[in-house]
Every structure is written in structure tokens, then in C-alpha cells.
Write a protein that binds this ligand. Structure first.
Ligand SMILES: Cc1cc2nc3c(=O)[nH]c(=O)nc-3n(C[C@H](O)[C@H](O)[C@H](O)COP(=O)(O)OP(=O)(O)OC[C@H]3O[C@@H](n4cnc5c(N)ncnc54)[C@H](O)[C@@H]3O)c2cc1C
Length: 227
């Protein structure tokens, strides 16, 4: 009789144990997980998260930027679940002790090698990698001036924490973004710029920056609806 081989995952996976779901605002939640072994990642990275028990033929993996920092004891993701997809329903149904799999951790945004100033521009939950970087900066006691522009139509995820940790924090609406960018770019023209959020938000913001001769590292949250 032919022996049936277990299908091996293509990438090494790490088990995350669900600890807490914190409601932030509207349909946005922070998911908190613990692990047996510390997850190895750098601030600004994202990982792939697989949930179990999905209906046949439905995608069971989504990418999420780490909202926690590498030295934090727990792993956190800030998730916009407004699509109500099967994946989001599964996340919503997690109970304490349930597990998900984390794999393929990748880089998008990294600390600048030389710049002394960083400007981070986030659309909605696009603030997650910046929260990770700001926590990392505080934990490492890095000397870097940070300005954050946060664009949202409703709540400002991690607003209070970012206000405390960034040197400058502007909360704004989409239509006022050009104004905020002008304000910050006039005072920090040589800073290292970052943009994160939905693909349309990132595209529009990179265009606004390029009109000012500024290029940026970006993290496009493919699949995330417009804010
Ligand atoms: C690098 C990276 C980092 C990310 N980080 C985060 C993060 O930190 N937090 C976060 O919340 N998200 C993040 N995302 C987005 C996340 O991975 C998911 O794409 C997002 O949560 C949407 O998944 P979903 O299951 O809610 O919606 P999905 O079911 O995947 O739907 C995605 C889009 O397709 C549309 N759609 C779905 N099915 C159909 C259909 N049948 N017909 C027409 N339209 C359809 C939906 O309306 C929606 O606009 C990130 C993405 C990337 C690539």
C-alpha cells in the first residue's frame, strides 16, 4: 500500500497562541499572541498568518505587519476586519488558547542607515509598522527625530501611544494630507520618509511626496479597503 506523506509547509512555521482581542475603534481590533519561542523579526516587517478551519477553497492566509516590537513579550497585530470575510470571521471566533501559524516574515521598511530624522505617513491601520518602529526606537534608546502623519476617516489606531512616543504627531483627514505633507516636508526635507496603508493611499501619498522631490520606503497593504 502506498504510504501517504504529510504535506510539508514550504516555509518554517511558528505557532502563535491567541491571548487577547482588544477592540480599538469601529471594526479595528488588536490581536495578541504568545509564543513558546520568541519570534524573530525586525520593526517594520510583516508576516503571513494562517488560520485553521476555513471552508474548502477559501484562502486561509493574510499578511499582517507587526504592531508589536521585537523586544515585546507578546506579538500583536492591528487588524481592520470590516470586510467581514471568512478569514475575518475565523479571527473573530478565536478563543483563548487557540492557535494560528506565522510564517514567511518579510522586510518592507527598515531604519535609515544615516538619516537623523524619520517621517512616517500612515493611512488607517497603516500605522501598525510605525507603532512597531516607535516602540523599537524607545526600547533601543535610538536618537532619531520622528514625525508621524496619521490619516484616518474615523479612529486613529494607537493614537495616544504614538502621540507619546513620536516627537511630532499630526492626525488628519485624507483631504488635508497635502497640507500636512507640506508642513512636515518644509521642516524636515532631508528626513527618511516612509508610507504605509492601502495601495491607493500609498500610491497617492508617494505622488504627493514626489512632487516635492521626496522618495519614500513604502508598505502597501494589498487587499485592504480604502479608508
Ligand atoms: C505587506 C502587508 C501588510 C499588511 N498589514 C496589515 C495590517 O497590519 N493590518 C490589516 O488589517 N491588514 C493588513 N494587510 C491587509 C491584509 O493582509 C488583508 O488583505 C486585509 O485584512 C483584507 O483581508 P480580508 O480577509 O478582510 O478581505 P478579503 O476577503 O481578502 O478581501 C480583500 C478585498 O477584496 C474584496 N473582495 C473580496 N472578495 C471579493 C469578491 N468576491 N468580489 C469582489 N471583491 C471582493 C474585499 O471587498 C476587499 O476589498 C496587509 C497586507 C500586506 C500585503
Amino acid at each position: 500500500m502506498e504510504e501517504r506523506k504529510e504535506e510539508k509547509p514550504k516555509y518554517p512555521e511558528q505557532t502563535l497562541v491567541f491571548v487577547e482581542r482588544r477592540h480599538e475603534y469601529d471594526d479595528v481590533y488588536t490581536y495578541v499572541f504568545k509564543t513558546e519561542e520568541k519570534v524573530k523579526y525586525t520593526a517594520g516587517q510583516y508576516g503571513h498568518v494562517r488560520v485553521s478551519g476555513m471552508p474548502e477553497g477559501v484562502r486561509s492566509v493574510r499578511e499582517f505587519s507587526f504592531a508589536s516590537a521585537p523586544h515585546d513579550a507578546l506579538v500583536e497585530f492591528g487588524v481592520d476586519c470590516r470586510s467581514g470575510s471568512e478569514y475575518q470571521k475565523r479571527l473573530q471566533s478565536l478563543i483563548i488558547g487557540d492557535t494560528v501559524q506565522l510564517f514567511k516574515i518579510k522586510n518592507h521598511m527598515t531604519w535609515p542607515p544615516v538619516a537623523r530624522e524619520a517621517v512616517m505617513i500612515a493611512g488607517g491601520v497603516g500605522i501598525t509598522p510605525f507603532r512597531s518602529m516607535l516602540r523599537d526606537k524607545a526600547q533601543k534608546k535610538m536618537s532619531l527625530h520622528t514625525s508621524v502623519i496619521h490619516v484616518s476617516g474615523s479612529g486613529y489606531l494607537y493614537g495616544e501611544e504614538v502621540a507619546m512616543s513620536a516627537d511630532e504627531y499630526i492626525q488628519t483627514k485624507r483631504e488635508r494630507l497635502p497640507e500636512s505633507i507640506s508642513l512636515v516636508s518644509d521642516t524636515h526635507p532631508t528626513a527618511h520618509y516612509y508610507v504605509a496603508g492601502s495601495p491607493l493611499f500609498v500610491e497617492g501619498t508617494l505622488e504627493l511626496l514626489s512632487e516635492k522631490g521626496i522618495s519614500a520606503e513604502s508598505d502597501s497593504f494589498k487587499g485592504l479597503e480604502e479608508i
